[in-house]
Ligand binder design. Structure first.
Ligand SMILES: NC(=O)c1ccc[n+]([C@@H]2O[C@H](COP(=O)([O-])OP(=O)(O)OC[C@H]3O[C@@H](n4cnc5c(N)ncnc54)[C@H](O)[C@@H]3O)[C@@H](O)[C@H]2O)c1
Length: 357
C-alpha cells in the first residue's frame, strides 16, 4: 500500500548529506568497520528517501541495530564465510553480522555468477535484518542484471484460515536493469503482507482507523482498530495467494539455506539466524542486450499507454512513486518522524557524535 505524507503529520525535514554523515558516525561509534558503516548508512538513508517514516525502514532502524549490537544479536566486523561456491550458486554464513552487509555481499556474488553462468543464486544463513529488499535488487540492476532479493523475518502472518502467526512479511525486491524512457528504474519492492506493525503504530498514534484488509484481532476477527490489531496477525497480500508466496519464500530463504524458518526466526537474541536468497539473471543469455532493451521498453510503453480510470492518477510502474519521492526529498529534505528525532538526539549524546538534530 502506498502511503503519502500529509501536512499534518509529525515529521521534520533534514538534508540527505546530514543524515548520511550522522548514520555513518553512529555506526562507526558502535564498532562497525568502514565498509559496514558505508553499506548500512546507504541502506537506511535510501530507505528514508523512498518510504514513509511509519514504514520504519529509515534512520529509526539505528535504535534497533544499536540494541542488537549491544546484546550480541548483531556482531560487528563479523567473520562471514563462503560455505559453498559453485559455478552459478553460493552460500554465505553471515556469522550474525549486519544483514545489509551480508545481503550486499551475496548479491554481488550472484552478479559475478550470472556474468559467468547466466544466473547466480546465492543463499545466506545466520544473518540479520537486511533492510529494504529493493536496495539489494537494485545492486544487480545497476550492473545490468535482473535482481531478485528475498528474506524471511519474525513471524507475524498466520496461515490462511488461522489467526496463529507462523510466517512473516518475507519481502521481495525485484529490479530491472533498463530504466524506461523517463529514466525511472523499475523496482518492485514489497512485503508479502498488506502493511506492517510500524505503519499500524503510526495510524494508532495519529488516531486513524486502519483499512480492514491489514490485520486481524488475535482471535481472528476483522478490524479497523489499530489497537485491537496490534497483537493479531498481519494479513497477506492477495489473501491465500500472499500466504502461499510467504510460505514458499520461507522455503527459499530459510529451509533451503540452512537458516531458521517459521516460528524460530529472530527468537534467539544471540542467534537471530535470518535467511536470505539473492538471485541475479543475465538477460543476454537469451538475446542480445539491445533486443532485450527494446522489448522491455515496448512493454513499458504498452503499460504506460493504458488510460487511467481517474485522469488525475496516471498509472505507474513499480518503484515509480519511490523514485519521485526520492527526487523530491533530495531537493526539499528527508522526512524523519519527530519522535525518531528525539531518539536520534539522545543517541548522538550517548555515543558522543555530532548531530544535525
Ligand atoms: N527486511 C524486512 O524484514 C522487511 C519486512 C517488510 C518490509 N520491508 C521493506 O519495507 C519497504 C516497504 O514495503 P511495503 O510492502 O510496505 O511497500 P508498499 O506497499 O508501499 O509498495 C510496494 C510496491 O508497490 C508499488 N506500488 C505502490 N503503489 C503503486 C501504484 N499505485 N501503482 C504501481 N505500483 C505501486 C511500489 O512501487 C512498491 O514497489 C520495502 O522496501 C520492503 O522491502 C522489509
Amino acid at each position: 500500500m502506498a502511503y503519502d505524507l500529509t501536512d499534518s503529520e509529525p515529521i521534520s525535514l533534514y538534508p540527505e548529506a546530514d543524515l548520511r554523515s550522522f548514520a555513518k558516525q553512529v555506526l562507526t561509534a558502535l564498532g562497525a568497520s568502514d565498509e559496514e558503516a558505508e553499506i548500512v548508512t546507504d541502506g537506511v538513508v535510501t530507505a528514508a528517501l523512498r518510504w514513509h517514516p511509519g514504514q520504519g525502514q529509515g534512520l529509526e532502524k539505528l535504535f534497533r541495530y544499536r540494541r542488537r549490537i549491544e546484546e550480541g544479536g548483531i556482531v560487528v566486523r563479523a567473520a562471514m564465510d563462503w560455505l559453498t561456491d559453485g559455478p552459478s550458486y553460493a552460500l554465505l554464513d553471515a556469522a550474525n553480522g549486519f544483514g545489509y552487509v551480508a545481503a550486499q555481499r551475496a548479491m554481488r556474488k550472484a552478479v559475478e555468477k550470472a556474468k559467468q553462468s547466466g544466473i547466480g543464486m546465492v543463499g545466506v544463513r545466520r544473518s540479520n535484518h537486511f533492510g529494504i529488499a529493493g536496495y539489494h535488487a537494485m545492486t544487480a540492476a545497476q550492473e545490468g542484471f535482473i535482481g531478485w532479493a528475498m528474506t524471511n523475518a519474525r513471524s507475524e502472518m498466520a496461515p490462511w484460515g488461522s489467526a496463529q502467526v507462523v510466517l512473516a512479511t518475507n519481502p521481495w525486491g525485484m529490479a530491472l536493469p533498463v530504466p524506461n524512457e523517463d529514466g525511472v528504474p523499475v523496482v518492485l519492492d514489497m512485503a508479502l503482507t498488506m502493511s506492517g506493525k510500524g505503519m499500524m503504530r503510526w495510524y494508532l498514534e495519529q488516531g486513524l482507523e486502519i483499512p480492514d484488509s491489514w490485520a486481524l484481532t488475535p482471535d481472528g476477527r476483522v478490524t479497523t482498530d489499530p489497537a485491537a490489531a496490534m497483537d493479531g496477525p498481519l494479513l497477506p497480500i492477495g489473501e491465500y495467494k500472499g500466504y502461499g508466496l510467504s510460505f514458499i519464500t520461507d522455503v527459499l530463504t530459510g529451509v533451503m539455506t540452512g537458516a531458521k524458518f517459521g516460528l524460530s526466526v529472530f527468537r534467539d537474541e544471540q542467534d537471530y539466524d535470518v535467511g536470505h536468497m539473492m538471485v541475479a539473471f543475465n538477460p543476454e543469455v537469451f538475446m542480445p542486450r539491445s533486443e532485450f532493451n527494446e522489448r522491455l521498453e515496448r512493454l513499458v510503453l504498452e503499460v504506460k499507454s493504458a488510460p487511467p480510470i481517474d485522469p488525475e492518477k496516471p498509472d505507474m510502474l513499480p518503484g515509480e512513486i519511490e523514485h519521485r519521492r526520492t527526487i523530491e526529498r533530495q531537493r526539499e529534505g528527508v522526512p524523519i518522524a519527530n519522535e525518531t528525532v528525539s531518539g536520534l538526539r539522545r543517541l548522538a549524546h550517548e555515543l558522543g557524535v555530532s548531530s544535525p538534530f
